[in-house]
Design a binder for this molecule. Structure first.
Ligand SMILES: Cc1cc2nc3c(=O)[nH]c(=O)nc-3n(C[C@H](O)[C@H](O)[C@H](O)COP(=O)(O)O)c2cc1C
Length: 211
């Protein structure tokens, strides 16, 4: 089993990475493979609502990390999405990344990359805006039929440098408990699928509230 962890910071080994590493190390202790996927620093264009993904089964923009990530996501069993807090919300590049990764994967068979796979979000901040960022990021999972994994506190760490994050004992404990919970539920899902358990699929009425 493998968990793909997204570092949505322009800092490759900054605070978000430090928090994700704590999650990854704990998952590894449960014999779960991990990969930290960094969104890097090149511009990530926002979704332009061209809807080409409905035909292509992937985003029409191939020039950045979004499609590369979704390809990897098909093979992952669970996800952790991490972002630094920017102006009390997620980093703008991470928002563009998630808009396109999730939207391009929400049609037809493409939904297989995320649907019914456990996921969590984490955020890192110097001081404030963490719960707003958590609320913002969790919504991608909540509309994608992903079981959301939580911890004994909302998943956040505090610090302006990795060294400061390493002093945030409660934050790091929150990351470790998140990983323990994720490992447990991943094992439950694996046992369930061995038994042939599947989810009953409901037809989705799409009404836009006008009829
Ligand atoms: C543009 C920008 C906006 C920020 N806004 C906030 C904020 O609203 N609240 C906060 O506590 N920290 C804020 N910070 C600090 C970062 O969230 C914090 O240092 C974070 O841990 C950095 O994570 P990283 O090392 O993974 O990039 C901001 C930093 C930048 C560059």
């Amino acid at each position: 089993m493998k968990v793909l962890l997204v570092n949505g910071s322009p800092n490759k080994k900054g605070c978000t990475y430090t928090a994700l590493t704590e999650v990854a190390k704990t998952l590894n202790a449960h014999d779960i493979e991990t990969e930290i996927f960094w969104i890097k620093t090149k511009p990530i264009t926002g979704c332009v609502a061209c809807h080409k993904c409905r035909e292509l089964g992937k985003c029409t923009f191939d020039g950045d990390v979004v499609n590369e990530f979704v390809e990897k996501a098909y093979d992952a069993d669970a996800f952790v999405f991490g972002s630094p807090v920017y102006y009390a919300g997620a980093n703008g590049s991470m928002v563009s990344f998630l808009d396109r990764a999730f939207y391009s994967n929400s049609h037809g068979d493409g939904a297989a990359a995320f649907k019914h796979k456990p996921g969590a979000v984490i955020c890192s901040a110097r001081r404030a805006g963490t719960t707003a960022t958590y609320d913002q990021l969790i919504k991608y999972l909540g509309i994608s039929q992903m079981p959301i994994i939580s911890s004994f506190y909302w998943n956040m760490v505090h610090g302006n440098t990795p060294e400061e994050v390493l002093q945030d004992e409660e934050g790091l404990g929150t990351m470790r408990q998140l990983a323990h919970n994720m490992a447990f539920f991943m094992q439950c899902f694996e046992e369930g699928s061995k038994k042939g358990l599947t989810v009953t699929e409901e037809d989705k009425p799409r009404t836009n509230f006008i009829r």
